[in-house]
Design a protein around this ligand. Sequence first.
Ligand code: GAP
Length: 508
Amino acid sequence: MKAPAPSDTLMEDIVGLCKRRGFIFQSSEIYGGYNGFYDYGPLGVELRNNIKQAWWRDFVQCRDDIEGLDSTIIMHPKIWKASGHVDGFSDPMVDCKESKLRYRADQLFFAPVSVDGETIGYVSVVECIDQQEVAEKAAAEMKRKMAKQGELDTIKLKEYTEAKPEQYELIPSPATGKPGSLTEPREFKLMFETKVGPLADDAATAYLRPETAQGIFANYKNIVDTGRVKIPFGIAQIGKAFRNEITPRNFIFRSREFEQMEIEYFISPSADWKTLHREWIDTCTDWLVSIGLPREGISEDIHPGDKLAFYSQATTDLMFQFPHGEQELWGIACRSDYDLKQHQEHSGKSMTIFDETAKEKYVPHVIEPSLGVDRTLLAVLSAAYTEDEVPNDKGKVEKRILLKFSPKIAPVKAAIFPLLKNKPELVEVAKRLHKKLQRRWNVFYDASGAIGRRYRRQDEIGTPFGITIDFDTIEKDSTVTLRDRDTCEQRRVTEDELIKFLEEQIDG
Ligand code: GAP
């Protein structure tokens, strides 16, 4: 797969393909949709499960130092008080009083427009790939409309969070283009609230978890007490998380209901956490490459001290080149002993562990690799989406759309085609092979239409292998034709060779 070039049309193409072929639908579409929520269709759910299974296999089942967990979505509200989320988990929000639209202040940018040093107004722009260009165009238009002579000074965009109070009135709303309607930023709480139990009073308030991590900290003691673990060790969890995002956008990149794959890796307070952090960054990068993301599309963003989350000692994000620009895919944070100490204090339960090797008792520190399932899926889709040209059945070159998924995560692993659907002897062999492969992998049987069209349908959903049963299969040597999705090359293989090949490619 390749690193996708940033482009709006690529995102549109992916969204269109996802709907057309049953990967992802807007939630509640029959009622006009529901912003920030998405449903996964037949192919989407397969792809999603394959990503989660690959992660679970590689980080839990194939490692002796990581245990799995599945905790509840709604937990005791005291957990969120202790973790700091009740008081601190918010984003700066700004309202446009006129349009009633809301923006995240750290995703809204502004700049003074000046001509030869004289400020003639302000421009604003919502975060996007070409925000500098958009702002410069708006500034040039302002100068033209005001018929100002002279040179425009360089536009230096700043976050709205950095605006001075006297500037709020001067910065135009991106919705109306006019100044005077933007409010000053205020903190907007991201946790969804609900009520538990029959009484709807304040004491019944509970939260939908905004991260799976706290379920791990809350169960840390239970897992230590099972006696299965010794320092260093990790606890891993996959599960839904909910955030009332102010501006959910870019398809499934930022949604209000999403899924996380998180590990809390507990280490000694005297361990060399910087080296361990580096090792985790490399392990996570290698894993993304193992599921088919191009290494050149992944980069690292080290959070500066003043931008660290309230619990973090150091954080490096693995960034991916998404269609809407380079954005966070996987956050790898050193959370020190912040969370366990908070829970120790609030619950009154000791969070210490006895380190058999060092012969000492302590509250461990933690390294946290935290990855979004939906974001990984979008990264995989973006890297896999390809348009090329190949000859059709009659030799005429045609445009084709294909998804170059790694066989490990492809939703459908192989498609089985009888060359002709009205030849029972071909159909019988194809159906038998389909039944046999179906017991091990998600394979698809398709007998309808010209063989070229059947191949194209599978290319578009990323099925890596096509298996055709033809007259040579039944009349000559029992071999089948194996077609490669990316190269369209075909070769004949026996059934044993086919199964060995699929095992290597899919499970290997
Ligand atoms: N426990 C730490 C934590 O939750 P985070 O950086 O807020 O850290 C971790 O989230 C990962 O979860 C992100 O890197 C991203 O992959 C995913 N994620 C966060 N918010 C998301 C959202 N609104 N929609 C989709 N994925 C999201």
